[in-house]
Design a protein around this ligand. Structure first.
Ligand code: ADP
Ligand code: MG
Length: 428
């Protein structure tokens, strides 16, 4: 049987050395004195999927896998970029030319953060010109396009870098980090043109080691009230969180995300609500037990015009409830009891939200068969990654079993990560 392929994280000094060396090669800099290194983690979401853009709840942790940026400030407004992951796609531009639609490719994530921080400064009584140009080189061990948020890791490493060299001081406080996250979200939405919700950037900037971040995505919520650190020390309970990167490449998924989002927004409008979170709160408050929950939800679903919207909305409402239930179990020190909630989340994403994929279903089933306490797809879906909660001493056996199941199904080999809740973005 083929061996499981593990995707190791880099210790910070290794990542920092790599990216400094790459910088010296790209910019032929023998004097690396004014080069500073920053890093930001990818994230994995434990539960609360496709809820962020519905003003719902999600529960990400920061991965030990990080994106590193070596950054040298400039006195002009020129930005020069290169990435080890994008050989042959170096980019040069000027800050004043960055605008929605003006930058294509991976550089949009980086230039977009500089632009969004300039906008933030302007809106808060400063000047966009406080953000100056820079030369930067990127290197990363966060798997690409795997639903583990390499895009946010890139944005947030750059965000803390610009914050530092411009002396903004935002990374020093959680409220400042919320502002950096907002800028990274604008970069992704408006400059990179990806209509994603806000979970990824908040996770990369605001997670804490040993904790999961309970993120309340209601718009306009005070940043301090929007997050809560939930102790998530699986090792203490003899457990581990295995991430399975299916490495599935899916064509024709363009627009699926935007479509789900539009369906949810239309359903909320039909129900006379600002968002589906309001429905979830009403249903959860009305329900004392499972039967009452189903009845209250059913009454709302009956008011929707078609079966597809009913199923989409059912996913969002039940997923928000599951997130609350899972957090209650964690607070009670019962991490080993959360497996059924993970399984129910997967079924809901597969059957009601219809964002799973063969690879994700194979991964989840093989992991459970090999002794996982629960498993589900994570991230946006249609490929990407799954998670499995496993007894720590079973992690390797589960990875081997999933690898074997992929081979039997004729699928390419998946990758495996151990998701220990790690540190947020910062200087190295
Ligand atoms: P995910 O965030 O799940 O990994 P996305 O599609 O949101 O997937 O983001 C992946 C994109 O982000 C890449 O196609 C690339 O444009 C950009 N990106 C992420 N990491 C890097 C990196 N290390 N170097 C250059 N671009 C990167
Ligand atoms: Mg992303």
């Amino acid at each position: 049987a083929p061996a499981a392929q593990w995707v190791e994280s880099w210790p910070d000094d290794v990542g920092a050395d790599r990216v400094r060396q790459a910088f010296a090669e790209v910019f032929s800099a023998d004097d690396a004195e004014d080069v500073r290194v920053y890093a930001a983690p990818g994230r994995v979401n434990i539960i609360g999927e496709h809820t962020d853009y519905n003003a719902g709840l999600c529960l990400p942790i920061a991965l030990p896998h990080r994106t590193y940026v070596a950054l040298r400030p400039r006195t002009d407004s020129v930005v020069r970029l290169a990435s080890t992951q994008e050989p042959g796609a170096a980019w040069t531009g000027r800050l004043e030319d960055v605008a929605p639609g003006a930058v294509t490719g991976w550089a949009a994530y980086v230039a977009g953060v500089a632009w969004a921080l300039g906008q933030h400064l302007q809106a808060t009584g400063g000047s966009a010109a406080q953000v100056r140009g820079f030369d930067a080189v990127i290197d990363s061990c966060v798997p690409y396009g795997a639903g583990l948020s390499s895009s946010a890791a890139l944005e947030c490493s750059v965000a803390v870098g610009i914050d530092d060299v411009a002396g903004l001081g935002l990374a020093a406080t959680d409220a400042g980090r919320a502002a950096l996250a907002a800028a990274a979200i604008r970069a992704e939405n408006e400059i990179a043109g990806a209509p994603t919700g806000g979970m990824d950037q908040s996770a990369s900037l605001r997670c804490a080691p040993g904790h999961a971040l309970l993120l309340d995505c209601r718009p306009g919520l005070d940043p301090a009230r929007a997050v809560e650190q939930i102790p998530f020390d699986l090792a203490a309970e003899g457990l581990a969180l295995l991430v399975i990167d299916t490495r599935a490449e899916h064509a024709l998924v363009d627009g699926q995300y935007a479509q789900r989002r539009a369906t949810c927004e239309a359903a909320a409008t039909t129900l006379g609500l600002a968002n589906l979170r309001e429905l979830a709160d009403t249903v959860i408050a009305a329900a004392e037990g499972d039967a009452a929950f189903a009845e209250a939800l059913g009454a709302a679903l009956d008011r929707l015009p078609d079966d597809v919207s009913r199923r989409r909305v059912r996913h969002v409402v039940t997923e928000i409830a599951r997130t609350q239930d899972l957090v209650s179990l964690l607070r009670a020190g019962r991490a080993s009891d959360v497996g059924p909630l993970l399984d129910a989340s997967h079924a809901s994403l597969r059957d009601d939200y219809e964002v799973s994929a063969t690879e994700l279903d194979v991964a989840v089933e093989a992991a459970r068969d090999a002794g996982a306490l629960g498993a589900r797809m994570t991230g946006g879906g249609f490929g990407g990654s799954a998670i499995a909660l496993v007894p720590a001493d079973r992690a390797e056996a589960v990875a081997d079993a999933v690898t074997a199941a992929f081979a039997r199904a004729g699928l390419g080999a998946p990758g495996f990560l151990l998701a220990v809740p790690s540190a947020p973005a910062g200087a190295c």
